[in-house]
Ligand binder design. Structure first.
Ligand code: PNW
Length: 449
């Protein structure tokens, strides 16, 4: 494992460090203070879809523990906090009336960050769509893109002048594919055709929001966050290599190509046939509206085989609790590929981290495997930076253990442990390690004026 000093030397003084969360995964207070129902509130109540039959009703109770949680973040000494706004908390039906108590919560959150010297990186959509909009078709309906613009403008008017960055969507692939094609995530729809249209409307709404916010004079940096694996062939056979290229086009380039090149990958359009998205004139130009930054969430590599899905036994690298192979080299290769294929704006790793068993003695989590995961991945970012990729920052997923979607609370990604019986927060060894890394990197910086 690279030591902290070796790691910090890889990064320039203006490289920023952060921690990330999302609203549904930590806030709780699901039905309080006028919050509307989200598709995840609804989905969690479908029998059998969440591993431990849990839900987000309480989660980490962050909604009621805002100030201590902000102190926790400040205690890590990081530069920024990446969080998301629950759309139904601020606009319960996704259109029309605003919920003042919900807006006031994010007002306090943003002010609380600024008071502690932390830059607010706000995500508009981290998956918790108002159920009322799902009832009207959700992201499969083009109208939802326009409702999203109104929501974004409401957030801009209330919070915009105090935000460092606004992300439109977190991981549109997950919303489209897991939510609307496989149906393992909310809203639980199983239709490739729907998923493809959902993806198009997510991208379209991203571009529409960029244009609307800039017209409104937004000062925050504007961008999107994409999840990307590093896709490799299982063997070096020509068939497996071709399959890997196709899988990479379906997963990564389906999103990155329209954003950076204004076109969907032709080979994927060809295989979609009648399931190709309905694209109106001008949509692709809107989607390709230049961004101020791009966020990439990286967790693992993906293996492709022409023979079908690759089984766990054919994945040789050590795995996290999610069953995801630990493969930091993939992050380096992915960043180099993105840099080669596109004119990247400042690029952030907006999520990276792992779920681990978290051995505990005397009430302290000694998560050496998480430290090793973070250190090796951060080193990969440093190598990409040295090779010319415009890396601007790195954020750990996640600040604290939280609701891991269909896995419930059993999978723990936090660098801070949460005891779900008492909701007490305790920094793990990895939190202390990360704090030291950030401090060492800061020590190399010129003093702030
Ligand atoms: C991301 N996959 O989700 C999300 O942005 C986080 O909210 C989540 O907690 C984190 O990663 C860990 O899972 C993903 O199956 C979920 O490829 C699933 C996948 C990728 C990302």
């Amino acid at each position: 494992m690279p030591n902290t000093n070796d790691l910090t030397r890889l990064f320039p003084p203006d490289f920023v460090w952060g921690v990330a969360t999302s609203a549904f995964q930590i806030e709780g207070a699901a039905f309080e203070d006028g919050k509307g129902e989200s598709i995840w509130d609804r989905f969690c109540r479908v029998p059998g879809v969440i591993a431990d039959a849990s839900n987000g009703d309480v989660a980490c109770d962050h909604y009621h523990r805002l100030d201590p949680d902000l102190d926790l973040i400040a205690g890590l000494g990081v530069d920024l906090y990446r969080f998301s706004v629950s759309w139904p908390r601020v606009q319960p039906l996704g259109e029309g009336a605003w919920n003042e108590k919900g807006l006031a919560f994010y007002d306090r959150l943003v002010d609380g960050l600024l008071a502690r010297g932390l830059a607010p990186h706000l995500t508009l959509n981290h998956w918790d769509l108002p159920q009322a909009l799902q009832d009207k078709g959700g992201w499969a309906s083009r109208d939802t893109a326009h409702r999203f613009v109104d929501y974004a403008l409401g957030i801009q008017r209330r919070l915009g002048d105090r935000l460092a960055a606004i992300t439109t969507h977190n991981e549109p692939w997950v919303v489209a594919v897991l939510g609307n094609e496989e149906g393992t995530f909310a809203p639980g729809i199983q239709s490739r055709r729907t998923a493809i249209q959902v993806a198009h409307h997510l991208l379209l709404s991203h571009g529409l929001v960029l244009r609307a916010l800039r017209a409104e004079g937004a000062t925050a940096k504007l961008g999107i966050v994409l999840n990307m694996a590093w896709t490799m062939p299982l063997t070096d056979s020509a068939a497996d290599q071709a399959k890997a290229r196709l899988d990479d086009a379906r997963g990564r380039r389906w999103y990155a190509d329209p954003l950076f090149k204004g076109a969907y990958p032709a080979e994927v359009l060809a295989e979609l046939g009648a399931d190709a998205p309905v694209v109106e004139a001008g949509d692709l130009a809107v989607i390709a509206t230049p961004m101020d930054y791009i966020g990439i969430n990286y967790y693992s590599r993906a293996l492709s085989s022409a023979a079908g899905p690759v089984e766990a036994k054919d994945k040789p690298y050590p795995k996290t609790d999610m069953g995801w192979e630990i493969y930091p080299e993939g992050l380096y290769e992915l960043l180099m590929t993105m840099h080669r294929e596109y004119a990247l704006p400042p690029t952030y790793i907006t999520e990276n981290g792992g779920a681990f068993p978290d051995p505990t003695t005397d009430g302290h989590v000694h998560d050496a495997d998480r430290i090793d995961y973070l250190a090796t991945h951060i080193a990969a970012v440093g190598r990409a930076l040295a090779a010319g990729v415009p890396m601007a920052g790195y954020m750990v997923w996640s600040l604290m253990d939280n609701f891991e979607w269909s896995s419930g609370y059993a999978k723990r990604f936090g660098i801070v442990h949460v005891d779900y019986a008492t909701l007490a927060r305790t920094p793990k060894d990895s939190a202390l390690w990360y704090r030291d890394l950030v401090a060492a990197s800061r020590a190399l910086r010129p003093a702030r004026p």
